[in-house]
Design a protein around this ligand. Structure first.
Ligand SMILES: Nc1nc2c(ncn2[C@@H]2O[C@H](COP(=O)(O)OP(=O)(O)OP(=O)(O)O)[C@@H](O)[C@H]2O)c(=O)[nH]1
Ligand SMILES: [Mg+2]
Length: 639
């Protein structure tokens, strides 16, 4: 599919766009497909490459790099560059190999890019100026017959199209001019090193979209760092590059050419063509044709016929795909790092609260709960001395004694209250420690610290104590219900009633908390004895099996409630982490890359050699080409 093909009939609608400052409202399409889909005539290898690159694009677009881990900013920028490279250059080019070449004129501000483009065309199509930077939105100059290729979003889909005068934000102004050869479009780009960040980024992005780089610099600027950073990208992509030394004074020509030539070789750009534009008086904003003949000649040589254009396009595609092969794995690593880091952050929170749950479990079963207040209230309730002595007695008789001892004594509620308060303290303390641990760990990590921004995670939730108290109350209510339900059995009802459900419930709680591991010294004897007493009492009333069952059920209920509370606390940290949606690791990206077929290396396109032909004295060569545009260009240059 080439320019000037039968699809040209679509142009009738574009004729309407010839007014001034009229934005192209509906995206036109390149000759070929409405949707920028692959040319239906695409042959096997190209179809596979287009499909592989489209899948790779989808995988790159799926990348989520939200965590502020080391190097993530560069990875994000690189992902954006890879996407732009695919959208702006590779995909449109591979889908339509016959589309006109896009030569992007880029470089430092004030280097004379717009003046060069205007002078090549022979008309002021892109205003030059003394204010820096002058060119803010790019201007694409094409042969009128090639308009169809550029008016739609086939290339540079992120830029809206304008025709006529003026410029819009992130817009591409299209100018058709018959002096431009068919099959080659020139794009005058914003500079790559101005103070305006948007300009710089756009300038770099546009060069990435190029089949051909026309890199403008001057004797004063060519050693600057920024251009060489970009030229390094061109070298990595094996892009066809011409470096234009603009406004060169005759006396500095040889020395500067030699030095710049050496730098190009050093930077892996030995294949780049070094071109010069001698300093000359401007007439009507244009350089005399002779000043730009070297550049014009070089462009002509590269774009002379469909065959050489396609060779160049293929060569740039080949280099760009090889370049992706080295860049995309680094993006996959960045995705892996995100997932691993998110996992680590999540695990630190989950582990901290799991440890908190284990700690509550331990404190609630090692006898610690039976110290202090709880023990005192329990002893008060059962009347220590008297009842403890009954432990020495035979089982058959001590139940009656306990019964006798308990009847008419103090109510059991203070025991329950002390147990409840103790439990709340244990849970809240464990949760506080977990919160502090998570905060400390996350705060020391840049990604974690960013997540903590605006969140009050250094402490437990302000209402944790109230929520815990409510849960403990419910649990205690549940324990009493258990005892009451068990007591509804006719065989035991009388006995249960003689002790009271509340007293037996308190006894069951004591049994649950009574493992003597956490007690020391005298407490062991006293608390342990108290617990044994509670156990015996319950066993005497309900039987051994029932006591084991009641203990298990009550314990499980307590564990579930505590775990739920702690899980809610842990979620305060893990929810914002989940909300970041770190996404998938680099596996899919690697798989997509592996499915991209590396195109065969084209026969070498030496962008240096072409202009030598002109020096052969074949001055009239342009007249031999069948293309009117080229002829016009040449005529102007040689008239
Ligand atoms: N005498 C002379 N003046 C030139 C030449 N090239 C550019 N200029 C002038 O230098 C100034 C900058 O030229 P531009 O063509 O606007 O430079 P640019 O690279 O497009 O600059 P930005 O759009 O800002 O990136 C303008 O005033 C031009 O008229 C040249 O070869 N000779
Ligand atoms: Mg300019």
């Amino acid at each position: 599919m080439g320019p000037g093909s039968k699809k040209r009939s679509r142009r009738s609608s574009w004729a309407e766009l010839s007014g001034h400052d009229r934005r192209v409202s509906s995206p036109g399409t390149a000759p070929g497909r409405e949707d920028g889909a692959p040319d239906p005539g695409l042959a096997g290898p190209e179809r596979d490459l287009a499909a592989g690159l489209a899948a790779l694009r989808a995988a790159v677009a799926d990348l989520r790099l939200p965590l502020e881990v080391a190097g993530v900013e560069e990875a994000r920028a690189e992902a954006a560059r890879v996407l732009a490279q695919l959208d702006d250059h590779l995909l449109p080019r591979v889908r339509q190999m016959g589309a006109p070449l896009l030569a992007v004129v880029g470089g430092s501000t004030g280097a004379g890019k717009s003046t060069l483009v205007n002078s090549l065309v022979g008309a002021v199509v892109s205003p030059a100026g003394v204010l820096r930077p002058t060119t803010r939105s790019p201007v694409l100059v094409h042969h009128p017959d090639d308009q169809a290729w550029f008016v739609g979003d086939r290339v540079l889909p992120g830029l809206s199209r304008w025709q006529g005068e003026g410029e819009g934000p992130r817009s591409l102004r299209l100018v058709g001019h018959p002096a431009v050869p068919r099959g080659l479009a020139l794009l005058d780009a914003p500079d790559i090193d101005s103070v305006v960040a948007e300009n710089r980024e756009l300038g770099a992005q546009l060069l990435g979209a190029a089949d051909l780089w026309v890199f403008c610099t001057t004797a004063a600027r060519y050693a600057d760092a920024v251009p060489w950073d970009l030229l390094a990208q061109a070298a990595a992509r094996r892009a066809a590059v011409g470096v234009v030394l603009d406004r060169l004074e005759p006396e500095e020509r040889d020395a500067v050419r030699a030095d710049l030539g050496r730098m190009l070789v050093e930077h892996g750009l030995a294949g780049a063509r070094l071109l010069t534009v001698p300093e000359a008086e401007l007439a009507g904003g244009l350089l005399p044709p002779q000043a730009v003949v070297e550049v014009a000649d070089w462009l002509h040589g590269l774009a002379a016929d469909a065959g050489s254009r396609e060779r160049l396009a293929r060569s740039t595609v080949h280099g760009a795909v090889l370049d992706l092969m080295t860049r995309v794995p680094r993006l996959a690593e960045a995705a892996d790092a995100q997932v691993a880091h998110a996992h680590w952050l999540g695990e630190t929170a989950i582990q901290a609260y799991a440890d908190a749950a284990a700690r509550v479990d331990e404190l609630a079963s090692d006898g610690t709960m039976l110290r202090g207040e709880v023990l005192a209230r329990w002893q008060e309730f059962i009347g220590t001395g008297e009842l403890l002595r009954t432990l020495e007695a035979k089982v058959s008789t001590w139940r009656d004694r306990i019964s006798a001892g308990l009847r008419g004594k103090r109510p059991p509620e203070p025991v329950t209250a002390a147990i409840g308060a103790g439990l709340v303290d244990v849970v809240v303390d464990a949760a506080d420690r977990a919160a502090e641990r998570v905060w400390t760990t996350w705060h020391a990590d840049p990604a974690g610290a960013r997540l903590l921004d605006g969140l009050r995670l250094a402490r437990s939730s302000p209402d944790l104590r109230d929520r815990t108290a409510a849960q403990v109350r419910d649990w205690q209510g549940g324990v009493l219900d258990l005892v009451a339900t068990e007591g509804a059995d006719r065989r035991v009802t009388a006995r249960v009633l003689s002790f009271g459900v509340n007293g037996l419930g308190a006894a069951l709680m004591i049994v649950i908390f009574a493992h003597t591991g956490g007690l020391t010294g005298a407490e062991v004897g006293v608390a342990g004895g108290s617990a044994v007493l509670a156990q015996r009492l319950l066993e005497a009333i309900f039987g051994d099996d029932a006591v084991r069952r009641l203990t298990r059920v009550a314990e499980a209920d307590l564990v579930a409630r505590v775990e739920q509370l702690l899980a809610e606390e842990a979620a305060r940290a893990t929810t914002p982490l989940d909300a970041l949606d770190v996404g998938v690791d680099g596996t899919a990206l690697r798989a997509a890359l592996a499915r991209v077929p590396v195109p065969e290396a084209p026969s070498t396109t030496d962008v240096r050699g072409r202009s030598a032909e002109r020096e052969d004295g074949r001055r009239g060569r342009g007249d031999q080409t069948p293309e009117r545009g080229l002829r016009a260009w040449w005529r102007r240059l040689w008239s």
